[in-house]
Ligand binder design. Structure first.
Ligand code: BDR
Ligand code: CA
Length: 311
């Protein structure tokens, strides 16, 4: 089993990611930390506690950032709803939040781990960035960081920026420049990792109370991508489960295609803050620092998800 820390902001697609991560037999979720993003910290930690309790799993869940490093928090209430879960409610949680704050909880897990731990990060990277800045001595205990964020081409909250990076570009840049193996599931690949409307309907047909709820969330879930005649993946009546890619890669990297590139985050551009600048033409002299995914075997990806949706 691969030891994993999940840092997320549930969030509808974060919930789908949590489901697969918690149920897959190759993954050992040691800790879940929450970062303010899709909703406020108060709401995302409540969502995480409720969802993990509902699954009947006992995992430590620790409260992370209230806001980005230096910017004001921007939430995605229009996409994920008031609660962050598209109006679907889960019962009062049986789990209590950890008495340790997120960074300390991550430190404890890393210190105690007898093999390097993978971090899966599917929200703004405030917690992970803060961990790396405060505890460089623990880097050798981190195997890799699999993130959902960024894009080679285009954005979803601004013409050039993807939400998770846009919310906290300074933190994302710390992660990108950390020297650790970083796997980036950006919009280029996550837009290809979609469910068709008939697959969404098939989810409902599984007919368990859980799939009812997940289906309910998806019917509220819209993508902020807009319609662009410039990028093929920016249209279509499909549901993109962005965050699922970050955990699916850890489970089975052969689902994806990617390559190593130099990536930096724009933190000062007046119109482009939060853009990931990827040297995809290799016309700079910088050494590659990120494994950037660009394709997914969608059929196998959807199959994997459905297998764990069923139980
Ligand atoms: C990312 O933004 C959030 O709204 C989603 O949960 C995902 O992590 C997609 O840009
Ligand atoms: Ca997310």
């Amino acid at each position: 089993k691969k030891p994993v820390i999940i840092d997320c902001d549930p969030g509808i697609d974060d919930v789908m990611m949590l489901l697969l991560g918690l149920r897959h037999e190759d993954i050992d979720v040691k800790l879940i930390t929450t970062s303010a993003g899709n909703q406020t910290q108060e709401k995302v930690i409540d969502n995480a506690l409720r969802f993990v309790s509902y699954l009947g799993r006992n995992v430590e869940i620790a409260r992370g950032s209230e806001k980005p490093f230096i910017r004001d928090l921007m939430i995605a209430g229009d996409i994920h709803g008031e609660s962050g879960l598209g109006g679907v409610t889960f019962p009062e949680p049986t789990l209590k939040e950890s008495d340790q704050p997120a960074i300390q909880a991550m430190v404890n897990v890393l210190r105690e781990a007898d093999e390097p731990v993978t971090i899966v990060a599917t929200g703004p990277m405030t917690n992970v960035g803060a961990l790396l800045l405060a505890h460089p001595e623990l880097k050798h205990k981190i195997k890799q960081i699999s993130i959902m964020g960024g894009a080679v081409l285009g954005g979803n909250v601004t013409p050039q920026a993807e939400f998770n990076i846009y919310v906290d570009p300074e933190a994302a840049e710390v992660v990108m420049q950390s020297g650790l193996p970083i796997i980036m599931s950006g919009l280029d690949v996550t837009h290809k990792a979609y469910l068709t409307q008939s697959e969404v309907a098939a989810m409902k047909e599984i007919g368990t109370p859980l799939t009812e709820k997940l289906h309910g969330m998806l019917t509220h879930y819209m993508d902020a991508q807009g319609d662009s005649p410039f990028l093929e993946s920016y249209h279509g009546d499909v549901l993109r489960l962005h965050d699922l890619c970050a955990v699916a890669y850890v489970i089975d990297p052969t689902l994806f295609e990617g390559d190593d590139y130099y990536v930096t985050v724009e933190t000062s551009g007046s119109e482009t803050a939060g853009a990931t600048v990827v040297d995809h033409l290799r016309n700079t002299d910088h050494e590659p620092n990120v494994h950037v995914l660009y394709d997914v075997d969608r059929e196998r990806f959807v199959e994997l998800f459905f297998e764990y949706l069923r139980g």
